[in-house]
Design a protein around this ligand. Structure first.
Ligand code: FES
Ligand code: FES
Length: 170
């Protein structure tokens, strides 16, 4: 067992946990924050995606003890009071979900993905490395979000939502 302190959505949370506990289980079982979903528990679906120090990460593939003192943002921490995060609003506007199980991961991942693009990180389909900061094409969005699966196949609407936010920020 080990005492771990996480900064989750701006609040300090301490947990006495088995050192083998994944970050996802620490959030869901230890802190009763069920917004981050367990789809595969194997790093294959992206349902568990959270932001760690602003970077997206699969919470099922990392141990909570590795992140002592670090800042974690989950789907529960994106809104500002009653005001939705722009990505949450875009998913609603474009109906970017059906069952909604993948949606917390899709939204956290897309926020992290746009931050990566803003930093100039290229993707597998980036043709012009100098244009990596521009509004993303649909191909770029699809490629960069390929780690987040949607069993309901809401992909066209997910891409539309992310496209909106990407263009608004460009
Ligand atoms: S639950 Fe983590 S990638 Fe599927
Ligand atoms: S909305 Fe059902 S899995 Fe994506």
């Amino acid at each position: 067992m080990s005492l771990v302190t996480l900064r989750v959505n701006g609040e300090t949370k301490s947990l006495n946990i088995d050192t083998r506990t994944t970050l996802l289980d620490a959030l869901r079982e230890g802190l009763a924050m069920k917004g981050s979903k367990k789809g595969c528990d194997h790093g294959q679906c992206g349902a568990c995606t959270v932001l760690l120090e602003g970077r997206r990460i699969y919470a099922c593939l990392t141990l909570a003890v590795m992140h002592d003192g670090q800042e974690i943002t989950t789907i529960e921490g994106l809104a500002r009071g009653e005001e939705q995060h722009p990505m949450q609003a875009a998913f609603l506007k474009h109906d970017g979900f059906q069952c909604g199980y993948c949606t917390p991961g899709q939204i956290c991942s897309s926020i992290g993905m746009l931050a990566e693009a803003r930093m100039g990180m290229p993707s597998h389909v980036t043709a012009d490395l100098m244009a990596a900061n521009a509004a993303l094409s649909d191909d770029e969005i699809r490629e960069r979000m390929s780690g987040n699966l949607c069993r309901c196949s809401a992909y066209p609407n997910i891409v539309a939502a992310i496209r909106d936010v990407s263009r608004a920020a460009a």
